[in-house]
Write a protein that binds this ligand. Sequence first.
Ligand code: 48H
Ligand code: FE2
Length: 262
Amino acid sequence: MQEVKIKQIDEKKISQYIIKYTMEDWMNIVDSDVVIVGAGPSGMTAGYYLAKAGKRVVVFERRLSFGGGIGGGAMNFHKVVIESPAEEILKEIGVRMTEVESGVFIVDTAEFMAKLGAAAVDAGVKILHGVTVDDVIFREDPLRVAGVAVEWTSTQMSGLHVDPLFVSAKAVLDATGHDAEIISVASRKLPELNVQIPGEKSAYSEIAEELVVVNSGKVAEGLYSSGMATAEVRGLPRMGPIFGAMLLSGRKVAEDILRDIR
Ligand code: 48H
Ligand code: FE2
């Protein structure tokens, strides 16, 4: 048997290193350029392009995983469909695809999630898991969304009365998927933003993809939507397990945010 020499470190130091470096990160995170809520396909794509453009981006994800709805595929089948021109984005981050007809691709869900997550992290996005966003910060003159309130998901699930911490940002992106949770809370608590939520429609895949992409963007000053949150907020049809619009809407909203916060 070969001897293995493992560096020894005691418990106190393990804790100290984790606490010190976590808090250093949080000191920066509370003053971000862009807060993205949700590490699903649209949120991670937006984060990837924003970080590549040099913005300080944090993604808060309620769960302890990446990918949002990618992981469930279609009825738990481990494949999803991507259509042109969204394959450009997957090519850029090295996801392998099978072209099943001109402009239509099949991808594996695990590879899609892993490589999108890795691309976002490599571009400089901070992704924090187990954090739920449950409110926004606002400012007047001019009226705008100026950040979010965050809480540990585990604290929320416990039902304990614990106040959140606040994170300020020049732009907040609701990439929370079907429920558009952040825009919903902003619309309810800040009626002066004048945001109505008609709700998502039943499936009509052929038209839904393009509609989601072109309608992703600013919802109110400082507040943006992408992916299925856009369908909810703009009253658009759903499309099922085809993910081109999730990627393209993430890229589109990143471009809009870059223009606005320059
Ligand atoms: C922190 C939160 C909070 C919160 C939610 O659902 P997602 O995958 O979102 P999209 O829009 O990028 O992608 C949608 C796609 O997965 C999908 O469902 C499609 C294409 N459906 C078509 C159809 O017909 O059904 O990801 C959202 C993420 C998830 O990981 C949530 O856990 C997370 O956001 N999240 N994180 N604070 N308040 N709410
Ligand atoms: Fe869905």
